[in-house]
Ligand binder design. Structure first.
Ligand SMILES: NC(=O)c1ccc[n+]([C@@H]2O[C@H](COP(=O)([O-])OP(=O)(O)OC[C@H]3O[C@@H](n4cnc5c(N)ncnc54)[C@H](O)[C@@H]3O)[C@@H](O)[C@H]2O)c1
Ligand SMILES: O=c1ccn([C@@H]2O[C@H](COP(=O)(O)OP(=O)(O)O[C@H]3O[C@H](CO)[C@@H](O)[C@H](O)[C@H]3O)[C@@H](O)[C@H]2O)c(=O)[nH]1
Length: 324
């Protein structure tokens, strides 16, 4: 029995692949490498392919007995999704349907889906709990919300069992330095801060300094990628035990502002760098902080690497020695 990891050559998928392999799972990584890296597939079997091609998914299910699917493959740039919604609905929704259709055909009934706090939109109350209304404010968030709905319909009609994991901001890197974050283009705040600290970039731009927050910058909940991987392992065991299909937030339950990130980055790296006050980025809510109480109670999981200094330190180690 094997676990299929769609998008397993990407950032969060590669860390999860490592943990699953360490725990004795046979993994098959399916990725078109549009944003992933073949060098990141250090465990399991790699099959290059695209979810847009149903025949490639079909071959995969014919070649291997797949017990469960971890589905990370998607486009995930919020700003781009506003400009090119079609691209997002095709890849994130339509191509996911190709996967679900083939799973159904082959009787594969377990899936863990990478969703996001972006499905909540701009919630008024913090921390965000799973029962709050989901009102995404950009096509990326909507595409993920649509798959959440589709999974629930498949569950009711076809007995598909799912765990939806709504991540907050993934950050950090493998402590062994084997995998890490490497996106092109890079839009995520911590790698961009590290680019400024290392001199790869001349400056770091803060998107918005007049938010309704104590220091005026955006507040986010940064969760270590290894803690996300640990939650996937727990969710897989949960599905293997035949437990109820459900949705879970994954965050640290702590809000960190951009100014706090800048200060911690300077401390961890020992480097000073230029900071520019730039305009707000369209579609950025002021504050997003998780309640992960449900995941903690259900999975017997809690973040191990919650300290922001530890998170940035691991990202910095990767940044300075990265292999891809
Ligand atoms: N990074 C975050 O902070 C964050 C937060 C919330 C949710 N998510 C979600 O988690 C998932 C993983 O995020 P990530 O940061 O690791 O992204 P990533 O881009 O590093 O990984 C996604 C992988 O999917 C692959 N892929 C995309 N479309 C594909 C297709 N049609 N066929 C085959 N492979 C395809 C890419 O090549 C890439 O390797 C995404 O679904 C994202 O929406 C990420
Ligand atoms: O150069 C930069 C880049 C970002 N930010 C700010 O940093 C915060 C985090 O931004 P970023 O790292 O781009 O993450 P998000 O836009 O929050 O998106 C990530 O986190 C979401 C969950 O919050 C996921 O859904 C997305 O897939 C993932 O890319 C935001 O307030 C940005 O305004 C800056 O100030 N300057």
């Amino acid at each position: 029995m094997a676990i299929l990891i769609c998008g397993g050559a990407g950032y969060i998928g590669s860390h999860t692949n490592k943990l699953l392999a360490d725990n004795g799972y046979e993994t098959i990584i399916f990725d078109n490498l549009i944003y992933g890296h073949e060098e990141a597939v250090k465990w399991g079997i790699f099959r290059k392919g695209d979810l847009k091609n149903s025949d490639e998914i079909e071959e995969l299910f014919q070649d291997y007995k797949i017990d469960a699917v971890l589905h990370f493959a998607a486009y995930a740039y919020v700003g781009e999704s506003v400009k090119e919604p079609e691209k997002y609905y095709i890849n994130n929704v339509s191509n996911t349907l190709n996967l679900l259709k083939t799973m159904r055909k082959h009787g594969c009934k377990k899936i863990i889906f990478s969703s996001t706090c972006a499905t909540y939109g701009k919630p008024v109350n913090m921390p965000i709990t799973e029962n709050m209304k989901q009102m995404p404010i950009n096509p990326y968030g909507t595409s993920k919300y649509m798959i959440e709905r589709i999974l629930d319909d498949y569950h009711r009609a076809y007995d598909l069992e799912y765990v939806v994991l709504r991540y907050f901001n993934a950050a950090g890197a493998d402590f062994g330095g084997e995998v890490g974050e490497s996106h092109d283009p890079e839009t995520h705040v911590i790698p961009l801060l590290l680019d400024a600290a290392s001199g790869k970039k001349d400056e770091f731009k803060i998107f918005g300094t007049d938010y309704q927050t104590p220091d005026g910058s955006c507040i986010r909940d940064y969760i270590h990628v290894v803690d996300l991987a640990r939650a996937h392992l727990a969710a897989l065991k949960y599905l293997e035990q035949g437990r109820k299909s459900d949705c879970f937030n994954l965050g640290n339950e702590v809000g960190i502002s951009i100014f706090e990130l800048i200060e911690t980055t300077r401390k961890v790296t020992g480097k000073n760098f230029k900071v520019i006050y730039a305009d707000k980025r369209v579609g950025d809510p002021a504050v997003l902080v998780a309640s992960s109480a449900k995941a903690k109670a259900t999975f017997n999981w809690k973040p191990k690497y919650s300290d922001i200094e530890t998170i940035i330190k691991s990202a910095w180690q990767w940044h300075e020695n990265k292999a891809y």
